[in-house]
Design a protein around this ligand. Structure first.
Ligand code: GLA
Length: 384
């Protein structure tokens, strides 16, 4: 059964009737621009064909009732009139209740909803399964509550607020914004300060391959928050609102005032911003070689300055880079400490590169890696 049908089947099993609408919100892969979003910088992600499906219907009362197809039909139910707090018995509860809580914080009226959820983004892979769930739920709540004036950007901000305030991850806006605003056939250039987004059409002959290293993203949250704090401290020390506001010359001129580790973290962000702008142009121009070089530099910067890769991920990136050569490139994607690698190459090379990875890479558990030939997909929307 496909994921959409699993959501519908879970809805019918729980609520004894058909859903009135289906929503899909995509996961994403980031092509370049890592850990730049919370520094007010630039990112170039693209929404993928995998994501979260939500089968929904309004209720007559003010109850929020969610059933998770991926957790054996486990149910989380709560009253929208009461104080909204997470249910410690249910591991995914904060992701659901956090969205209702964000609506509340914004003074938006809520109506009761039945929702069944099924997703096909592998969890913990760094492909934004939780952002797609958050954005999808925000769209679902708007639909049943008649909040028709909320924009895609509002849904992204609501979902980010839920992650920050309720789930407890200090994430930036990239994942939610691309899940909400992506356009089919294009990557999305995001200015994370103005939240302006520009679709960058994917050249016809380009393939984007995602390979899951199989390395679990352990301790990723605390390391993420630590990196974020280090970046913010450098911005403070340099008297600017965010690292977005300085270039590499300014940073180097201040090197003696900044502790070495913090300097290297900031150098990653400042150079990554410049690489992301250059990569968007190379992507648009179909300049695979230049895009590949920028991705290679991005990976080295994540490895040496930002210290968020792992040896196994480095080895997978090197394997891909060797096989692809000057025809494209590869780098780790997402928050880091494991998860996925993204590679770009001409379409004609895709089958042989996938074969090469399958032959030469094993996950830490000795298995073949999960590979996804990614299709640039559109942002969250009602399907019916
Ligand atoms: C996670 C966060 C994003 C972003 C990336 C790193 O995916 O949710 O906001 O910071 O890490 O680029």
């Amino acid at each position: 059964m496909n994921t959409k049908d699993r959501a519908i089947a879970a809805f019918e099993a729980q609520f004894g009737r058909a859903p009135s609408a289906i929503i899909f919100a995509p996961g994403r892969v980031n092509l370049i621009g890592e850990h730049t979003d919370y520094n007010d910088g630039f990112v170039l992600p693209m929404a993928i064909q995998y994501g979260t499906y939500l089968a929904i219907a309004p209720r007559d009362d003010s109850q929020f009732c969610a059933v998770a197809a991926d957790f054996d039909g486990q149910v989380d139910s709560f009253a929208l009139d009461d104080a909204i707090v997470p249910n410690p018995q249910i591991s995914w509860s904060a992701h659901i209740r956090g969205i209702a809580h964000s609506y509340r914080q914004r003074g938006l009226a809520l109506s009761g909803i039945n929702v069944a959820i099924a997703g096909d983004v592998p969890a913990g892979a760094g492909l934004s399964s939780s952002a797609s769930l958050g954005v999808g739920l925000s769209v679902a709540l708007a639909h049943v509550s008649g909040q028709n004036t909320l924009t895609a950007t509002d849904h992204a901000l609501i979902a980010q607020q839920s992650e920050n305030a309720f789930v407890g991850t200090a994430c930036g806006i990239m994942d939610q914004l691309v899940s909400a605003r992506a356009e089919a056939g294009a990557a999305l250039m995001i200015d994370c300060r103005s939240l302006e987004t520009t679709p960058v059409t994917m050249p016809n002959d380009l393939s984007v391959l995602i390979v899951h290293s199989g390395v679990e993203r352990e301790l990723a949250d605390s390391a993420y928050n630590e990196r974020r704090e280090q970046c913010e401290n450098v911005a403070k020390a340099m008297n600017v609102p965010a690292l977005r506001d300085i270039n590499i010359e300014q940073l180097e001129a201040a090197q003696n005032k900044i502790p070495d580790i913090a300097f290297r973290r900031a150098r990653h962000v400042v150079t990554e911003n410049a690489r992301t702008l250059a990569a968007a142009q190379a992507f648009k121009d179909g300049n695979h070689q230049q895009l590949g070089e920028l991705m290679g530099q991005s990976h080295l910067s994540m490895r040496d300055d930002f210290a968020i890769t792992t040896p196994k991920v480095d080895a997978l990136v090197a394997l891909l880079q060797q096989a692809i050569g000057k025809h494209g490139g590869a780098r780790m994607t997402g928050g880091g400490f494991g998860g996925c690698v993204v590679a770009i190459m001409p379409q004609s090379l895709l089958p042989s590169i996938m074969q090469h990875v399958e032959t030469h890479y094993q996950t830490p558990k000795g298995a073949k890696p999960l590979m996804i030939a990614a299709t640039p997909s559109s942002g969250a929307d009602l399907l019916s």
